[in-house]
Design a protein around this ligand. Structure first.
Ligand code: PLP
Length: 508
């Protein structure tokens, strides 16, 4: 394919993409292909001779799209959204064209510098405390990771390194000595990472990968599935009584099941008065805030106040996925740290081949020292395009619109207490509900079965897709209204499908 062929092929591809969005609502949300469908349609070997674009192109519609579940469909109310937008797609296009493994500043200065700048912009747009800015007082800053899972792993590596540095004293155990190796190995066997039963499983996965102990704190409906200060204090005391050393905790803004927010004020107060390692002293608990989905709502000042975001100046790292709810396509997980040295000290490995004058001069950021992989893509470009094309006002109005849709849907549920019971929400455009039944004397098992039947029925319509969860043994449907293509008419349509399904199931 030469540049002229590319021009022509790209024109057809762009035209396809625009038409895909124009006609998205005509498709079913979820793919209905059978497992293994594609193997039957594709040859078992790669072609020996190159094929013309026209032949490749026709297989997108014919062979690939039937196997696509349409995450941008206005009837997609499942999980959390996986955002995109036209400016973001354009950013991805340029990023692919300028492809490089830009791990050091010199590998493409614009890649590093734009990332630092747009993440400072984003930190300000989200109202994060100044300590998370690259220009802030503690030399913090942001780095784009592939996913919230990579972000929590990166934070946990840094937290482990910081804890060991602070609690295995160099005077007693000199650098490079066998005594230090032994002391660190012993301590590592006692270190424990914390999360709650509502925390996303990525924190547990990070603990498994790092080989540290993992402890889950139970949270229930009585606290709205959020972690409180007293529960944390009790957990820390219990773990220490068993000889364990808590070093890391994920607190969440917007849990996956219900979008609960942990009690930041309570956590801060517990950690400040911690009897063993009070916050701000060596060995303090590293608190990572996972705001993967709901963090986007911080574009609204009212949400910042609601969750007391200013309190995260007491914590250590904060991560949100622009690729969930902020109009930027996967992958754009924005991880902020209060002191960049925590990452750099834990993740810098020097190898002669990567040495260069700029890095050695100490005047530049080399993002390979802030992440697990070496190479990195030009991801800041799509963020830059989105922030510029929408502007702060555009982002705010999009988030407000989707929150309002969530409230309207919850109001509809409330208007039919004979059919539905809300378990949580609306929180950040997520409402979790089930079929009503308690009043009619139905058991939890009966209500679970009815709710499951309704869930299957509405999904079978092809017009919408919801997913489910189980809260304290109660099967529940999660309804999310934050996909960018979803408008009031689509939520109204979903409501109609839901009522018809519930009436049928309950009557049967
Ligand atoms: N944290 C929360 C609260 C989530 O809801 C999710 C996924 O939905 C994740 C983390 C994991 O996100 P990622 O796929 O970016 O690793």
């Amino acid at each position: 394919m030469d540049s002229q062929d590319f021009r022509e092929a790209a024109a057809t591809a762009i035209d396809d993409i625009a038409s895909y969005y124009d006609n998205l609502d005509d498709r079913n949300v979820v793919s209905t292909v059978e497992p293994g469908y594609l193997r039957k349609l594709l040859p078992s070997e790669a072609p020996v001779e190159g094929e013309a674009w026209a032949d490749i192109h026709k297989d997108i519609e014919g062979k690939i799209l039937p196997g696509i579940t349409h995450w941008q469909h206005p009837g997609f109310h499942a999980f959390f959204p996986c955002a995109t937008s036209f400016p973001s797609i354009l950013g991805e296009l340029y990023s692919a064209a300028l492809s490089g493994a830009c791990f050091n500043w010199i590998c493409s200065p614009a890649v590093t510098e734009l990332e630092t700048i747009v993440l400072d912009w984003l930190a300000k747009i989200l109202g994060l405390p100044e300590c998370y800015l690259s220009t802030g007082p503690t030399r913090g800053g942001g780095v784009i990771q592939g996913s919230a899972s990579e972000a929590v792993l990166t934070a946990m590596v840094a937290a482990r390194d910081k804890y060991l540095r602070e609690t295995v004293p160099l005077e007693q155990f000199p650098e490079g000595s066998e005594a230090r190796e032994d002391a660190i190995a012993h301590k590592r066997s006692k270190m424990v990472a914390l999360a709650t039963t509502a925390t996303h499983s990525s924190t547990k996965k990070a603990s498994i990968i790092l080989g540290v102990r993992f402890h889950t704190i139970a949270v229930h409906a009585d606290t709205g599935y959020s972690l409180t200060g007293p529960v944390l204090a009790k957990t820390l005391a219990e773990l220490r009584a068993r000889g364990l050393e808590p070093f890391f905790m994920t607190a969440t803004m917007g849990t996956t099941d219900t979008c609960a927010v942990d009690d930041f004020a309570g956590i801060v107060s517990t950690l400040k008065s911690d009897p063993v390692h009070p916050a701000g002293t060596p060995g303090e608990l590293w608190v990572h805030i996972d705001a993967a989905y709901a963090g986007s709502a911080l574009v609204l000042p009212s949400v910042r106040e609601q969750v007391s975001i200013s309190l995260i100046e007491n914590f250590h790292s904060f991560d949100m996925n622009m690729h969930k709810w902020l109009l930027t396509n996967f992958d754009a997980s924005c991880l902020f740290v209060r002191d960049r040295n925590w990452f750099i000290q834990a993740l810098t490995i020097n190898q002669a081949v990567y040495g260069n004058k700029a890095s050695e001069g100490g005047l530049v950021t080399d993002y390979r020292e802030w992440q697990i992989p070496l190479g990195r893509r030009f991801r800041s470009l799509k963020i830059w395009f989105v922030l510029r094309n929408y502007g702060v006002k555009g982002l705010q109005s999009y988030i407000s619109r989707t929150l309002k849709l969530g409230e309207e849907f919850a109001d509809s549920l409330k208007s039919r207490p004979d059919l539905f019971e809300i378990l949580t929400g609306p929180n950040f455009a997520l409402t979790v509900f089930r079929v009503a039944g308690k009043e009619q004397g139905k058991s939890d098992e009966e209500v679970n079965a009815l709710t499951k039947a309704v869930c299957e029925k509405i999904n079978a319509s092809g017009r919408m897709w919801v997913t489910s969860t189980v809260l304290d043994g109660r099967f529940a449907i999660r309804m999310v209204t934050s996909v960018s293509t979803t408008e009031k008419e689509h939520v109204d349509r979903a409501w109609k499908i839901l009522v018809e399904a519930a009436e049928e199931v309950v009557k049967a």
